[in-house]
Design a binder for this molecule. Structure first.
Ligand code: T1G
Length: 688
């Protein structure tokens, strides 16, 4: 047979085992021998049933994403499933680990599916800007019903084995060796009566569900924010209800072909691999330190969220505050946050109790002595940070890793305030830290490689996305945000309104624009930081001096009536902008959407190129991962550096030169790497 597909026999049951580490992707070198095996076993009279199973840690986790965008080598997955459905003896998929995308579609081509209790099953193609292209949108609704299929396929979120059993997606569960269970199951099925391929099971495709289906599809479409894949997914599942099987299958094929060739899927596939590259900090030869208990200092908004992130990841957490009141306040907020998740049904009461049970609260530094990692999340002031780190230096175990959650301050200076700078790194979480996926792991100059590698792996283990960044003001994300922020204010003075600019960002695909985001995060954070650096933002500073910090004070760039989160125009701000512009002798003029994009996003890309030149980020794709996971940059555009290639680097340079000439502002001065990128088409070869 081949290294990737082997066939064994157990009594009359043939077992086809796929072995293509690390995740048994259905690469061409798997598909070809798999097809041969199925054809020969179909026609083999001594074979009473066929089991498809996988070696290693998981069942098939999908088609091979690296093959997309290249000419398809036959047999493709559809051809293999078509053969599967011609087999007149029981075929069983024995699922362990994950059955995702093409892997679940292969299983849907079998008569039966059995799953290990810990298995997860799903069609996550939408997260790659695609839809299931191997018949998943046509076969899954036949098993679980159109509404369940719609939510599974449009969300792309896998379900666990018990939910799959309840939904009719799998026929039996098991614990232990998938092959042994599958062979027993297969032998039983071989005794049973007629077999019905999934394609012929129309029972659950009740036309009656269409009105509710369309209502739910419309709701989901509203959340798509310009992404094509969610819409195509819903359309294809609808076809399964309204069209004959083959017609629905070919409609799915057309939709898939369109999406896989599109920029959005290219962008989202770029991000899939970029996230995995960003996490590769050091080779497997660097021994990671053991992290069993985590300490968090500061139970405020960030500290509380960080403590929850670790508890959600299963880690015992010691949460420390200087006063009992502050500690109680922090614990109350944490409990409230968990209660909200329980009330929304995204967390069970039992899981809540289990997580809360992981917390140990303290007002005593000595209680941090048994922690392997201690994360500091106190007030963003250097003197306060240094005082905390010198106290930590006295109590923490010599090999413990000390991390600061600073979002702007010099991590090298903080590290130097201890006797163990090799064990000090930055862990810059994003608010709310229990929700936001990004963690900028700051590589302080003396940080030991194993400390960095340990932290990057740990961030992945708690379900977040690590990106290693160097030390500079604002690291990667906030540094580029500053370039964008300054110009957003300038556009206001020249005639644009907060609503207009936020509208342009929403149309671009952002969850919200800079002014709505400022109001949500709290304008006082940026204000305090500007004051610390002697910088100004005339409009935002003026609002803050009046105590208007955004949502939390009901007034900022927008008005928020009675605690609502819905922004309403704030006439006082428009008057304030006019006054400040008049003070500066700036006459308002009409400003178009293109100019807003050019003057806010193009400087970000230029700043990103400088960041690469300085080696603050190792790869352009790391910058994309930061912006997509930390600042809501639209996934369908792949992040600022990937988007630059879609937008056209020559065009970007042309407009930056234009605005530099007109304004003389440094943010528009094109940096050498950007010109080099225009010439070479690659961000590689940055100076440092
Ligand atoms: N194709 C190619 N490489 C893949 C891959 C795939 N489907 N899945 C993972 N890898 C690589 C990954 O890049 C990494 O490589 C290594 O495997 C380990 O992955 C026709 C259109 C399965 C939950 O979207 O979600 O089927 O960095 O670090 O954290 O309808 O991988 O080591 O060199 O992520 O344990 C649909 C994608 C495809 C699932 C395991 N399937 N994979 O997570 O390991 S489209 C997916 C995952 C499709 C059909 C369509 C996760 C995982 P490297 P990892 P992990």
């Amino acid at each position: 047979m081949s290294n990737f597909v082997s066939v064994t026999s157990d009594g009359g049951v043939a077992v086809v085992t796929i072995d293509n580490p690390p995740v048994n992707a259905l690469s061409f070198h798997v598909r070809e021998p798999l097809m041969q095996a199925l054809v020969s076993l179909r026609d083999e009279p001594d074979v009473a049933a066929i089991v498809i199973a996988c070696a290693g840690r998981t069942f098939v986790a999908g088609a091979d994403i690296t093959e997309f965008g290249k000419p398809v080598q036959q047999p493709d997955l559809r051809a293999i499933i078509a053969v599967l459905e011609t087999i007149a003896k029981p075929t069983i998929a024995a699922i362990h680990g994950t059955a995702l995308g093409g892997g679940l579609e292969l299983a849907l081509g079998c008569h039966f599916r059995i799953a290990d209790a810990g298995a997860r099953l799903g069609l996550p193609e939408v997260k790659l800007g695609l839809l299931p292209g191997g018949g998943g949108t046509v076969r899954l609704p036949r098993l679980v019903g159109p509404l369940k299929a719609l939510s599974m396929i449009v969300s792309g979120t896998p379900i666990d084995a018990s939910e799959a059993l309840a939904a009719g997606l799998v026929d039996a569960g098991f614990d232990g060796d998938p092959i042994a269970h599958a062979v027993r199951f297969a032998a039983e099925m071989a005794e049973r009566g007629p077999l019905t391929p999934v394609r012929d099971r129309d029972g659950r495709l009740e036309q009656a569900e269409l009105p509710e289906f369309d209502r739910q599809a419309a709701e989901l479409a509203k959340k798509a924010r310009g992404l094509e894949a969610p819409i195509a997914c819903a359309q294809s599942v609808r076809n399964a209800i309204t069209l004959p099987f083959e017609a629905a299958l070919s409609a799915e094929r057309e939709l898939f072909a369109k999406l896989v060739a599109g920029d959005q899927s290219r962008a989202q596939r770029h991000l899939f691999f970029a996230e995995r590259e960003a996490a590769k900090v050091a080779g497997k030869d660097v021994i990671r330190r053991k992290i069993a208990r985590v300490g968090v200092i500061g139970a405020g908004t960030m500290g509380g969220g960080i403590a929850m992130a670790f508890a959600n990841g299963g880690f015992p957490v010691t949460l420390m505050e200087t006063s009992r009141e502050a500690l109680e306040r922090g614990l109350t907020t944490i409990d409230k946050n968990y209660a909200v998740s329980v009330s929304r049904g995204s967390l069970s009461e039992e899981a809540k109790q289990q997580r809360v049970g992981l917390f140990k609260a303290s007002t005593n530094y000595a209680d941090l002595a048994d922690c392997d990692l201690i994360v500091e999340a106190v007030f963003e002031e250097m003197a306060v940070k240094k005082e905390v780190f010198s106290r930590l230096d006295a109590v923490a175990r010599p090999d413990a890793i000390l991390a600061t959650n600073t979002s702007y301050l010099d991590v090298n200076e903080i590290a130097a305030s201890t006797s163990r700078p090799q064990n000090v790194v930055g862990m810059h979480f994003f608010s709310p830290a229990n929700v936001m996926k990004l963690v900028e792991v700051v590589r302080a100059e003396k940080a030991a490689p194993d400390a960095l590698a340990t932290i990057a792996d740990l961030v992945r283990r708690i379900g977040k996305v690590p990106v290693v960044v160097g030390v500079c003001h604002g690291f990667v994300g906030n540094r580029m945000l500053t370039a964008r922020g300054a110009e957003s204010e300038a556009l206001l003075l020249e005639g644009a309104t907060p609503q207009q600019i936020d509208r342009v960002f929403a149309d671009f695909g952002w969850p919200m624009g800079p002014f709505q985001m400022g109001d949500l995060a709290g304008l006082d954070i940026g204000w305090r930081n500007r004051k610390a650096r002697g910088q100004t933002a005339v409009i935002a500073d003026a609002l803050c001096e009046q105590g208007h910090f955004g949502q939390k004070t009901g007034r900022g760039f927008y008005l928020y009536e009675n605690g609502s989160r819905t922004p309403a125009p704030n006439p006082e701000v428009e008057a304030l902008i006019r006054d400040k512009a008049a003070d500066k002798g700036i006459a308002p003029r009409a400003i178009g959407a293109d100019e807003i994009i050019e003057r806010t996003l193009y400087p970000m890309i230029n700043e990103g190129a400088k960041i690469l030149e300085e080696g603050i980020a190792a790869r352009a794709s790391d910058i994309d991962v930061v912006w997509v996971n930390g600042y809501g940059f639209p996934v369908g555009k792949g992040g600022p550096m990937f988007w630059a290639s879609l937008e056209g680097v020559d065009k970007i340079i042309g407009r930056l030169d234009h605005w530099h000439e007109r304004t003389g502002k440094d943010i528009f001065r094109v940096t050498p790497l950007l010109r080099q990128m225009a010439a070479s088409g690659s961000w590689e070869g940055a100076a440092s």
